[in-house]
Write a protein that binds this ligand. Structure first.
Ligand SMILES: [Fe+2]
Ligand SMILES: [Fe+2]
Length: 276
C-alpha cells in the first residue's frame, strides 16, 4: 500500500494521483493493490471517500520507485541472495532458448560429456551471482548498485537454464557450489572495494573470459545437443552485452597480470567443476 499526501490551500487542486478536486485541506490518496481499489479521502466537498478503479493508477504504480537500503538491509539482502543461489532452484524470467524443430538425441557418452560441460557453465553462473552480489554490496554508488543488481537478476536466467538442462541430461550441479560462491564473493568484494572503475573493469574482463570459455564449449558440446548449444549461444550474446554495458559505465582496462591471475583461477574452477 502506498500513501501519498497533498497539502493545498487552493479551492481547486490536483492531488498526487493526478486528479483535480474542489475543496481544501489535507488529501490522502491510498493505492491499495491488495484490495484492487484506490481510495481518496479527506476534506472533499461532500466529505466522502472517493473510490477509483485501481487500473486508473497503473501508470503511477508501474513507475519504478527509488528505495535506499540501510547497511543492515543490504547485508540481509546479500545473505538472502547467497542462500537462494546456492540452495534453491531458480526460475527464469525468459524462456529457455531451444531449437524445437531439431530434436536432441544423445548417446550415454555424449550425455555425460554435455552434462559435465553444462555443470561448468552452471558453476560460472553461480560465480556470476556471487560477483555481482558482492560488487553491489561493496559499492557506495546507488546507481552502480542498481546496475549490478539488475545484471545479477539477468544472470539468473542463465542459472535457471543451465540448471534445467543439467536435469534433462540426468546430471547434477557441482557439489562444491557453496565453495565456488564463497570464493567468487570474496573476489567480487575485493574488486568492489578497489573502486568503481576497477570493479567495472573486473566485470568486463570476467564477462570477456566467460564469453571465450562458452565459445570453446560450442566446439566441445556434442554436435546434435541442440538444446545445450542454443542455451550456450544465447549466454554468449548476453555476456558480450554485459561486458559492453560495464565498459560504457567507465570500466578501466585491468593490467595484464591481473587478467592472467583471473584466467588461472577460472582454469582451476572449470577443471574441478567438470568432474565434481
Ligand atoms: Fe551468465
Ligand atoms: Fe554476464
Amino acid at each position: 500500500m502506498k500513501k501519498i499526501l497533498a497539502q493545498t490551500p487552493k479551492t481547486e487542486f490536483s492531488d498526487d494521483c493526478g486528479f483535480t478536486h474542489a475543496g481544501t485541506g489535507l488529501k490522502t490518496c491510498i493505492l491499495s493493490a491488495s484490495r484492487g481499489l484506490a481510495l481518496l479521502t479527506g476534506a472533499n466537498p461532500a466529505g466522502a471517500i472517493i473510490r477509483y478503479p485501481l487500473h486508473i493508477f497503473q501508470p503511477r504504480l508501474a513507475r519504478p520507485m527509488s528505495i535506499t537500503l540501510t547497511p543492515t538491509d543490504r547485508f540481509l539482502s546479500t545473505v538472502d541472495s547467497a542462500l537462494r543461489t546456492v540452495f534453491s532452484s531458480h526460475q527464469a524470467t525468459q524462456p529457455c532458448p531451444t531449437l524445437a524443430a531439431e530434436a536432441t538425441e544423445l548417446s550415454a557418452e555424449e550425455k555425460k560429456e554435455a552434462g559435465a560441460l553444462m555443470r561448468v557453465n552452471h558453476v560460472g553462473e553461480v560465480c556470476a551471482q556471487a560477483l555481482y552480489t558482492a560488487q553491489a554490496f561493496a559499492t557506495d554508488s546507488e546507481a552502480l548498485r542498481a546496475h549490478f543488481t539488475a545484471a545479477g537478476a539477468e544472470e539468473t536466467n542463465h542459472l535457471a537454464w543451465t540448471e534445467q538442462r543439467l536435469k534433462e541430461l540426468g546430471d547434477h550441479t557441482s557439489r562444491l557450489n557453496p565453495l565456488w560462491y564463497a570464493g567468487a564473493f570474496g573476489i567480487g568484494l575485493i574488486a568492489g572495494k578497489l573502486g568503481d572503475t576497477v570493479s567495472l573493469g573486473f566485470v568486463v574482463e570476467t564477462e570477456n573470459q566467460v564469453e571465450a570459455h562458452l565459445e570453446s564449449h560450442m566446439n566441445r558440446l556434442p554436435v546434435n545437443d541442440h538444446a545445450s548449444r542454443a542455451i550456450v549461444a544465447q549466454m554468449m550474446d548476453d555476456e558480450a552485452r554485459h561486458a559492453y554495458n560495464a565498459m560504457e559505465l567507465g570500466a578501466m582496462d585491468l593490467p595484464a597480470p591481473v587478467k592472467g591471475v583471473m584466467k588461472a583461477v577460472a582454469k582451476v574452477m572449470t577443471t574441478v567443476a567438470h568432474r565434481v
